[in-house]
Design a protein around this ligand. Structure first.
Ligand SMILES: Nc1ncnc2c1ncn2[C@@H]1O[C@H](COP(=O)(O)OP(=O)(O)OP(=O)(O)O)[C@@H](O)[C@H]1O
Ligand SMILES: [Mg+2]
Length: 340
C-alpha cells in the first residue's frame, strides 16, 4: 500500500529534481525493506540526466528497491480515447439513421481527442496504472513510497486540479452528446415506428454498449477522485527555495495555491553559498542569502526547514545524489526525513 507520496515543488531551477532524486536515493538506502518509485511529472523530464541512466516511459530499476519513470501522460490518454471513440462509433452505427450520417465518424473523431483531456486527468490515468498494482491479483511491483518531481509552481497547480470541474466537463460533454442523440432518435422512432422496426432488435445490444460507455466515463471520474483523496491523506509537499527574493515569494504563493490539495510539511533552502574565506564577493553574497534564509525561517516557523549549501560539483549519479542528500539531511533520522 502506498504509505507516502512526497512531492517537491518550487520555482524553476532551484533544485526540485535534484532534491527529489537525492531524497529517493537516501530513503531507499535507509529503508531497504520498502519499495520506492521516483516519478517525474515535469514534461521536460531530466531524471535520466540526474541518475545517469536512460529512463523514459518505462518503470526502470535504479537500485534493488528504487525504480524511476518519466511517464508520457499522453500515451495513457490516447489509449483511453481510442477505446471511447471505438465504442461511440459502434454505438452510433447501430442507431437507426444516425449510423447512416456520413459525417458522424469524423464528428466523433474530432470531438473525443486525447488533447481535450486535461493534463491533470492524463496524469491521473498514468497514476492509476501504479495504483492498479495494488489490486490483489496484480503481478506488478507494489510501491510503498512515491517521490514526485514536479514542474515549477504554475504548472504544478494544473497537475493538482483533477477534481470536480475538469472531469465533470469531460463527463457532461460526453453524456450530453450521447443523450441528445438518443433523445432525438427516440422521438424520431416514435414517428416512424413501422419503418424503423428492424432496428429495434438491436435495442438491447445498444443499451449494453451505452452502459459501457457511461461506465468508462464514470470510472474516469472515480480515478481522479481516488487520486485526489490519496494525495490529501498521504501527500507530503516540500517546497524548495534558494535564499533570494523571487524564489521566496514563489514559495509563499505555492503554499497558498496548493493548500487545499496537499499538506505542506517542509521547506528546503538550497544552494546556499558555503562560508567563504578570503572572498569579498562570496562573503557579501552569503550575507544577503542569510538574510533571506532568516526571513524564510520566520515565515515558515512551524515547519521543518532543511538548509543545503551549493556543492562544488553538480550532484549527478547515485554517488552525487548521496552527497547532496547528506548535505541536506545531515544527521536527520529516516523517520524525520519521511515525516518531518
Ligand atoms: N545543492 C546543490 N549544489 C550544487 N548544484 C546543485 C544543487 N542543487 C541543485 N543543483 C544543480 O542546479 C541545477 C538545477 O537543479 P534542478 O534541475 O534539480 O532544479 P529544478 O528546480 O528541478 O529545475 P526545473 O525547474 O528546471 O525543473 C542542476 O544543474 C543541479 O545539478
Ligand atoms: Mg526539475
Amino acid at each position: 500500500m502506498i504509505e507516502k507520496i512526497i512531492v517537491l515543488g518550487g520555482k524553476g531551477g532551484v533544485g526540485k529534481s535534484s532534491i527529489s532524486a537525492a531524497t529517493a536515493v537516501i530513503l531507499s538506502d535507509l529503508l531497504p525493506e520498502k519499495k520506492f518509485l521516483l516519478i517525474s511529472f515535469d514534461m521536460a523530464h531530466n531524471l535520466s540526466d540526474l541518475l545517469s541512466k536512460d529512463i523514459g516511459n518505462i518503470i526502470t530499476p535504479i537500485t534493488s528497491n528504487l525504480w524511476a519513470i518519466e511517464p508520457d501522460a499522453n500515451e495513457y490518454a490516447e489509449i483511453y480515447t481510442k477505446d471511447l471513440v471505438q465504442k461511440m462509433k459502434t454505438l452510433m452505427k447501430q442507431m437507426p439513421l444516425v449510423g447512416m450520417i456520413p459525417q458522424i465518424e469524423g464528428f466523433i473523431d474530432t470531438t473525443f481527442t486525447s488533447d481535450s483531456i486535461p493534463l491533470a486527468l492524463k496524469n491521473a490515468m498514468f497514476f492509476q496504472k501504479i495504483l492498479d498494482a495494488e489490486d490483489i491479483n496484480s503481478q506488478e511491483v507494489q510501491y510503498d513510497i512515491i517521490i514526485a518531481d514536479f514542474p515549477p509552481t504554475a504548472n504544478m497547480i494544473t497537475l493538482f486540479e483533477i477534481p470536480e470541474d475538469q472531469i465533470k466537463v469531460v463527463l457532461k460533454y460526453s453524456l450530453n452528446f450521447y443523450n441528445s442523440i438518443k433523445g432525438a432518435m427516440r422521438n424520431f422512432s416514435k414517428m416512424f415506428r413501422q419503418i424503423l422496426k428492424p432496428f429495434n432488435d438491436d435495442y438491447e445490444k445498444r443499451k449494453e454498449l451505452g452502459k459501457e460507455i457511461f461506465n468508462m466515463i464514470v470510472d474516469l471520474e472515480k480515478r481522479g477522485e481516488r487520486i485526489t483523496e490519496l494525495i490529501h491523506t498521504v501527500g507530503s509537499l516540500r517546497l524548495v527555495s534558494i535564499a533570494e527574493k523571487p524564489s521566496y515569494e514563489e514559495v509563499k504563493r505555492a503554499r497558498d495555491l496548493t493548500e487545499k490539495y496537499i499538506n505542506l510539511e517542509a521547506i528546503h533552502i538550497n544552494m546556499l553559498t558555503p562560508d567563504p574565506k578570503h572572498c569579498n564577493f562570496c562573503e557579501k553574497m552569503r550575507q544577503i542569502q542569510l538574510k533571506f534564509s532568516a526571513e524564510i525561517k520566520k515565515e515558515f516557523k512551524n515547519l521543518k526547514i532543511w538548509e543545503s549549501n551549493k556543492l562544488l560539483e553538480e550532484p549527478i549519479g547515485l554517488d552525487g545524489l548521496r552527497k547532496l542528500a547528506l548535505e541536506i539531511y545531515k544527521d536527520c533520522s529516516v523517520e524525520e526525513i519521511l515525516n518531518p
